[in-house]
Ligand binder design. Structure first.
Ligand code: F3S
Length: 283
């Protein structure tokens, strides 16, 4: 059986930077280190950090009464309001927001400041999107899917600036844009899907279209991993979504010749290695 592992599988640049920041901080500070939300959507990494004393907080209120320590903002970023509240705690803030996400904050703030309405294509409840939305100073809409774009009935007069969540499915973004254009909205598009996502999705799609079985490794709560799964499942009926090797119960069709493996941005290398080894040895 041939096994192909995607080159663009696993940690992206933004996640690598955020995780390294936490480990560096453990070396320096040893204690009183907090991350705003889990640093990545990977339970294994998060529980390792917990063992080393890193606490995950979900709200600035949890820092009340704490006078020294470091709070690390993860690669998704936070809302403008939360950023301000964290500053008010007086603790040291290390902002590991990915530069690609920060760029969207800047675009939204500027365009909104010029009086444009903003459309964010992405998942409304995702922390990255919540952060992006918070930088708008005027009308802002979140469109989660092409279906939602079809139902959108905003005013056609204003100019809209459309941005996307960094990990949005690029094919669906294109489809969404076409819908807005066809309906006659005056839109200015800034495709803010990040390069790492673009490369990862294109490669996964290419491998899945020739693979008989496709394995996507990613955290259960990782939105970019779920999107990878969606893309692969469209091309390969035998697509599996797993978090670790323990979840893998492969049923290989008799005629299968090629197994493809890819992984989301928050999947550590050692997990990809483990799955790859297992597949190569057993099939
Ligand atoms: Fe940044 Fe893209 Fe990763 S936005 S965190 S490099 S998926």
């Amino acid at each position: 059986m041939e096994v192909i592992v995607a080159e663009h599988a696993g940690f992206c640049f933004g996640v690598t930077k955020a995780v390294e920041t936490v480990y560096e901080q453990i070396e320096k500070e040893k204690s009183n280190i907090y991350t705003y939300g889990p640093i990545i959507h990977n339970e294994i990494v998060v529980s390792d950090l917990e063992k080393k004393g890193v606490k995950v907080i979900e709200s600035p209120d949890e820092l009340k009464g704490i006078n020294n320590g470091t709070i690390i903002i993860r690669s998704h970023g936070v809302t403008k309001e939360v950023h301000k509240q964290l500053e008010e705690t007086g603790l040291q803030i290390i902002d590991a927001t990915c530069p690609f996400v920060k760029r969207i904050h800047r675009i939204v703030e500027e365009e909104s400041g010029k009086g444009k309405s903003i459309i964010v294509v992405g998942s409304k409840s995702h922390p990255e999107v919540e952060g992006i939305v918070s930088y708008a100073t005027g009308p802002v809409y979140v469109i989660e899917s092409p279906e939602m774009a079809r139902e959108f009935s905003g005013d056609k007069k204003p100019e809209y600036t459309v941005v996307s969540q960094t990990t949005y499915n690029k094919n669906k973004f294109q489809e969404t844009i076409e819908i807005f254009k066809n309906v006659g909205y005056n839109i200015n598009i800034v495709n803010t899907i990040c390069n790492a996502t673009d490369e990862r999705q294109s490669e996964a799609e290419e491998i899945a279209s020739k693979a008989d079985v496709m394995i996507v490794i990613g955290g259960a709560h990782s939105s970019n991993s779920r999107k990878l799964y969606e893309i692969c499942a469209q091309k390969c009926a035998n697509t599996y979504f797993i978090q670790t090797l323990d979840d893998l119960h492969l049923e290989i069709p008799e005629s299968a010749e090629l197994i493809g493996i890819t992984a989301g941005a928050s999947t550590p290398k050692n997990i990809i290695e483990e799955v790859q080894k297992h597949v190569r040895t057993n099939f």
